[in-house]
Design a protein around this ligand. Structure first.
Ligand code: BG6
Length: 586
């Protein structure tokens, strides 16, 4: 997934674009580039690396002109090189484009255009958009017509912004996010409100299969058949402007540290929706819950909560796997879709498959301006503020709180959901940071870590291992405690490190037995528990709390452990290699 942005107004475009790209860098950070229009010429500067590095090297923000486009890349087609970085000019240089998504028929289009004399410099699928626009523009000399003819030929998922040699901006979307900002000093086009929210909170959401043209006469929106379209201007909440690190060294540490507050705020702006959703679920026949990455681990926790406390069966589905079993949904089914960004392509596809059978969609989302919200019957907001760190942290615990609230509603308060206690417990864990840092120090040269949990703690073990993978690049595996002796125990020796999630609840004794079996093979044990034990080589203590609430707190020390181990290993905790905050391509 990449980030795209465009600006047309009275202010110098390049500084605005570079700032917007910096804010959206979590969407992709392989390379960055900007193109501006001035005096009938399009100037392009780009390079491999992060926004600040490339800006320092090639002075992106010093490009001249009050009209421009920009891009940060998460490579899908073609290596990470300067040539494959966006913007891509057309072979005549009269048009330049930035693109997010995948053009599935780029090879055949490229061949056709090459036979017509258009040349290509890059290995990307995106460059075909620039030359196809150029080809159609050369035929009609009309920007609107050339966009209509171009989108008629493109196949795949895309959002692109193009700048033409008369200073006009054109942008189109098909299954990829594209938002328009209407400001006092100009118009903004962006993948995400974060790209321009510091300049305006007035936005327009073009629908799928629509394109916009912005020039000195203003903004016009059309559908792909060239019919004019009107859209309301809506306001986005200014909380999204608050995406600063403050006194923290990294967004990830800031977001981990915000959890005592975000736990208390989770779902608070959509209380009615939680009640409506809980009622719907209570009477549903077929219930499914889906997500990707961390959101899927939250779905696994939901399975335990719904069956244990609400006596309701719910099936967790990995979003990217739903396409292989589309027939599970039926008319009265309900699918709960969990997604921090609300833009993960796999989640949106699972939702589309379910909707085709008439299933109802309940979504649990952080970005309430996202595509998933527009696809849902009911949307519940995490209300935890923007999450910039690519590895999800505060959004995970907020997802859990929303699920707890739904189940607690269905079972008439049987969970005793005391969030103040949870918030206080997390504060205690955060205050134990130096001890966690010491343990993290030992993981510097470790190549494999196993994370163990039983029952509802197994999904937390999965999430813990995901955090370690994402932040430290150490091979980490989440294991159900009881499965150890059926194979994974063969992996244990004196080089192994094992994290044992072992709160003092009904799983305690069995998990301690597993820890003893591992210890007997010489492995090092890191115990996360509110009860010390001589089995642990390193004990990270967590406060005792009501049995049902341990999953809400026991992930926090592992988030911190992964963060500090990342610093030990000199990786970038906010922008791990090869990842992006949410992946909008399949
Ligand atoms: C990945 C992120 O790209 O997408 C993960 O790196 C995240 O942190 C996953 O959990 C799913 O994202 P979302 O936005 O659908 O919850």
């Amino acid at each position: 997934m990449c980030s795209i942005i465009g600006y047309l107004g009275i202010s110098p475009a390049a500084p605005i674009i570079v700032k917007g790209l910096k804010r959206m860098e979590y969407r992709g950070y392989d390379s960055v580039g900007v193109a501006t229009f001035s005096e009938h010429h399009i100037n392009v500067r780009k390079g491999v690396g992060k926004v600040l590095e490339v800006n320092k090297a090639v002075k992106l923000d010093e490009l001249i002109g009050t009209i421009g486009i920009g891009h940060t890349r998460w490579a899908t087609h073609g290596m990470v090189t300067d040539t494959n970085a966006h913007p891509h000019p057309s072979s005549s240089g009269e048009i330049a484009i930035v693109h997010n998504g995948i053009i599935e028929n780029h090879e055949e289009l490229k061949k056709e255009l090459q036979t017509l004399g258009y040349t290509f410099k890059s290995q990307t699928d995106s460059e075909v958009i620039a030359n196809l626009l150029q080809y159609n523009y050369d035929k009609t000399k009309e920007i609107k017509k050339s966009v209509v003819d171009t989108v008629a030929e493109l196949k795949g998922n895309y959002a692109f912004v193009a700048v033409f040699q008369d200073g006009t901006l054109a942008a189109a979307r098909l299954h990829e996010p594209l938002i328009i900002g209407v400001g006092r000093e100009g118009y903004f086009i962006s993948s995400d409100v974060l790209g321009f929210v510091e300049y305006t909170d007035e936005v327009i959401y073009p629908d799928n299969k629509e394109f916009v043209i912005i020039d000195s006469s203003g903004l016009k929106i059309f559908d792909f058949d060239a019919n004019p379209v009107q859209h309301q201007i809506t306001k986005v909440s200014k909380e999204f402007a608050d995406a600063y690190k403050g006194q923290y060294a990294h967004y990830t540490l800031k977001e981990i540290s915000e959890q005592p507050t975000t736990i208390l705020n989770a779902g608070n702006k959509t209380k009615i929706e939680i009640d409506l959703a809980s009622d719907l679920i209570k009477h549903a026949r077929n219930l499914y819950i889906t997500g990707s990455g961390t959101s899927y681990n939250a779905a696994l926790i939901a399975k335990f909560l719904f069956s244990k406390y609400a006596k309701i069966k719910i099936d967790p589905l990995i979003s990217s796997e739903v396409q292989f079993s589309p027939d599970i949904f039926e008319e009265k089914s309900i699918l709960i879709a969990i997604s921090q960004s609300g833009e993960s392509a796999d989640v949106l596809e699972a939702v589309n498959i379910a909707k085709k059978t008439g299933s109802k969609i309940i979504s649990i989302v952080n970005m309430m301006t996202s595509s998933l919200v527009h696809q849902s019957s009911i949307s519940i907001g995490l209300n935890c503020g923007p999450e910039i760190g690519v590895a999800a942290t505060k959004s995970f615990t907020s997802q859990l709180v929303v699920l707890y609230k739904m189940v607690d509603k269905i079972c008439d308060g049987c969970i005793e959901l005391d969030l103040t206690k949870v918030s206080e417990a997390i504060k205690k864990i955060l205050s134990n940071d130096s001890k966690i840092r010491d343990v993290a120090n030992r993981l510097k040269d470790v190549s494999d870590i196993y994370v163990l949990g039983r029952g509802i703690h197994y999904p937390i073990a999965s999430e813990g291992s995901l955090k370690l993978k994402e932040l430290t690049y150490i091979h980490a595996e989440g294991l159900p405690g009881g499965e150890l002796k059926h194979g994974p125990l063969a992996l244990m020796d004196s080089n192994s490190y094992v994290l044992i999630i072992n709160p003092n609840d009904s799983t305690y004794n069995d998990t301690l037995t597993s820890a003893r079996e591992i210890k007997a093979r010489g492995a090092k044990i890191i115990g996360i528990s509110d009860k010390p034990s001589d089995v642990y080589d390193y004990w990270i203590d967590i406060p005792s709390i009501t049995e049902s609430l341990y999953p809400l707190i026991e992930i926090v020390p592992i988030q911190l452990l992964a963060y500090h181990a990342a610093l030990e290993k000199d990786t970038d905790p906010d922008y791990p290699r090869n990842l992006a905050k949410s992946v909008t391509v399949k």
